[in-house]
Ligand binder design. Structure first.
Ligand code: 4MI
Length: 408
């Protein structure tokens, strides 16, 4: 170890938060992380970490000190070549961040997207009917949590059919690549040229429909709100951020309901709880577990001096289960007000697609709640390991359909 930690009082750990053991079940490590102190040093990566809600939320709010522009992964853009051109949103700060952010805030705003609700409900009905027509057993990940976003989101962006099969693999690699260069990244490296080319080809003006988010981004370039060079990268942000995240957010809420039948009964009584349910699942499971920031100056946090130019790992998932902030944090509870969770981040980078994610979740959950009386697992649940995402590979379920629902 060559790095000298400037503050010897800072607790440190040799545990690798990106190891298979921790990815399989990160909760014990996160609990130790919070107990150790507000700032902990990760020896293996020579970076700092924060796991308590208060410090994570404050650091995400202070973008001037905790910048994103040096990359929100472990690798520092100033020292290492990024594997793809940096995102103009996620990996940028003001002033460069402003125009792309303002544009997506408008295009993906709650009012703008309201018109999608009706057709997404029809899509959810068709998908759920199709799944249920094959019998009471299905995989809640492949057949529902992945199938629904893949059915509605690429159409909403306006990308062609060809190449859609690359969206999830591209996202999986992108989220792995924020972590250390471990075997998960190595496994994805072989397909990077092919996947990057496929995604890039879907961002071009000529291939996009005239009525989707993609076309609206290009229209902003015509108006001069953004440059022509920025447009395809902003479309790329939608394709990177908008699929694996929602798939795992939906998987999280379905898992939570399958393990909490009383909560499913509550949702069925009151489908208006679908949005609360989704945010509670995002808090509970934190599909995006971690992101790094980089200090722009020396900063003291909780008695630790973090020098300028250092990486800090923000444990969103840990903050979302911090008992200092949440009563019974390990309970999935529709009675709770989950707002304030940092599962979508916090501050100027807070998920600009969150209204889309909530709309996908609420349209799907409302249809499922009408048609399905109960959900239980009928086989072993399997995690999917990713350096950033808390993900499911498989959730085999058996459902009982509602007696009030009859097929024509
Ligand atoms: C937090 S998920 C995410 C957000 C943005 C991008 C990727 C992932 C991007 O590429 O802009």
């Amino acid at each position: 170890m060559t790095t000298i930690i400037s503050d010897p009082k800072t607790p440190c750990t040799d545990v690798d938060p990106f190891s298979r053991d921790v990815l399989e079940d990160p909760l014990p490590f996160q609990s130790e992380l919070r107990a150790a102190g507000p700032v902990v040093y990760l020896n293996k990566y020579d970076v700092y970490a924060m796991g308590r809600y208060g410090e994570v939320q404050a650091a995400l709010t202070d973008w001037q000190t905790f910048q994103s522009a040096a990359g929100v992964g472990l690798s520092n853009f100033r020292k290492e070549m990024p594997w793809r051109p940096p995102s103009l949103l996620l990996e940028a700060d003001p002033p460069h961040h402003d125009a792309p952010r303002a544009l997506l805030t408008k295009i993906l705003g709650p009012r703008e997207i309201r018109k999608l609700a009706e057709s997404w409900t029809a899509d959810a009905e068709e998908l759920v009917d199709q799944v249920l027509s094959r019998g009471p057993e299905f995989d809640a990940v492949a057949d529902v949590a992945a199938a629904f976003p893949l059915r509605v989101f690429p159409d909403a962006v306006g990308i062609p059919q060809a190449g859609r099969e690359n969206l999830l693999p591209y996202g999986d690699h992108a989220f792995n690549a924020f972590g250390p260069p471990n075997e998960l990244v190595a496994k994805g490296a072989a397909r990077v040229p092919e996947l990057s080319a496929s995604i890039a080809s879907q961002c071009a003006r000529e291939v996009l429909t005239t009525d989707g988010f993609g076309a609206q981004i290009w229209a902003a370039a015509d108006r001069g709100d953004i440059t022509e060079a920025q447009a395809p990268l902003i479309v790329r942000s939608l394709l990177t951020a908008g699929v694996d995240t929602t798939v795992n957010g939906l998987a999280a809420v379905l898992y939570a309901f399958a393990t909490n039948p009383g909560q499913w009964a509550r949702l069925r009584d009151n489908p208006a709880l679908s949005r609360t349910a989704f945010d509670e699942a995002v808090r509970f499971e934190s599909p995006v577990q971690t992101f790094f920031r980089t200090t722009t100056r020396d900063i003291e946090v909780g008695g630790t001096l973090i020098p300028e130019g250092r990486k800090i790992l923000m444990f969103l998932g840990s903050a979302n289960r911090d008992p200092r902030r949440w009563d019974n944090p390990d309970t999935f509870d529709l009675n709770r007000d989950p707002s304030g969770h940092v599962g979508f981040g916090f501050g100027i980078h807070q998920c600009v697609g969150q209204h889309i994610a909530r709309l996908e979740a609420s349209t799907l959950l409302e249809v499922l709640a009408r048609r399905i009386e109960s959900i239980e697992f009928c086989g072993p649940t399997r995690r999917h390991h990713n350096n950033t995402l808390r993900a499911w590979q498989s959730l085999p379920v058996r459902v009982k359909t509602s007696s009030t629902f009859t097929r024509k």
